[in-house]
Design a protein around this ligand. Sequence first.
Ligand SMILES: C[S@@+](CC[C@H](N)C(=O)[O-])C[C@H]1O[C@@H](n2cnc3c(N)ncnc32)[C@H](O)[C@@H]1O
Length: 221
Amino acid sequence: MFSAIAPRYDLLNHLLSLGIDRRWRRAAVDRLAWDARPRGLYLDACAGTLDLAAELAGRRGFSGRVVGADFAAPMLKLGAGKGRPGGIRSVAADSLELPFPSGCFDGATVGFGVRNLADLGAGLAELARVLRPGARLVVLEFTTPVWPPFRALYLFYFHRLLPLIGRAVSRHPTAYSYLPASVSTFPAPDALRERLGQAGFRDCGCRLLTGGIAALHWGTR
Ligand SMILES: C[S@@+](CC[C@H](N)C(=O)[O-])C[C@H]1O[C@@H](n2cnc3c(N)ncnc32)[C@H](O)[C@@H]1O
């Protein structure tokens, strides 16, 4: 599905979020504490078209390397050239079985990716495995606003309008119906924080973004 929608993925991301997705990615990188190891090796898992990897690689003062891993090669291909030249290396890989040694990364991000994993617990455990002790994981994911007036408005947009726009622009019959459906069955922020703890992360926290449309989660290996 992600390979099929790759050519229109970035356009739809920015269009459907009115550009707010850029702010969310900046907030994710701000949480990563990369400045403690600016020359380090970082992983962006489920990296897609590499926007989050590029946000980190392009930070002033960052001179490390970012590995962008995703199993949809067409998504990675569309991200080629983003970020500081030489700052990102893309790797076609399944996040449930990462081809990296244990403890080799100084930090990791996942943007709108963990919701898509066939086995959330196994994916979080695999991220814990490849991080060195003390390294931070930052997860950006959609959630559902709880404040009733905003929630009603948002749900109308997310479940009715977004699938129509997404289908028209991507020409994929189901990808943009899958998006709201997958968010509605995904663990709520408190439950996801617990799952991070169960996967081996400590000092886990979370912050809602944009009235609770998205949430930023973090934990330390
Ligand atoms: C919604 S996109 C997010 C892309 C990017 N992180 C962003 O912020 O825009 C989800 C990505 O997760 C990838 N993905 C889903 N399951 C995966 C898995 N098991 N291993 C690797 N990539 C996976 C998909 O191929 C897709 O590119």
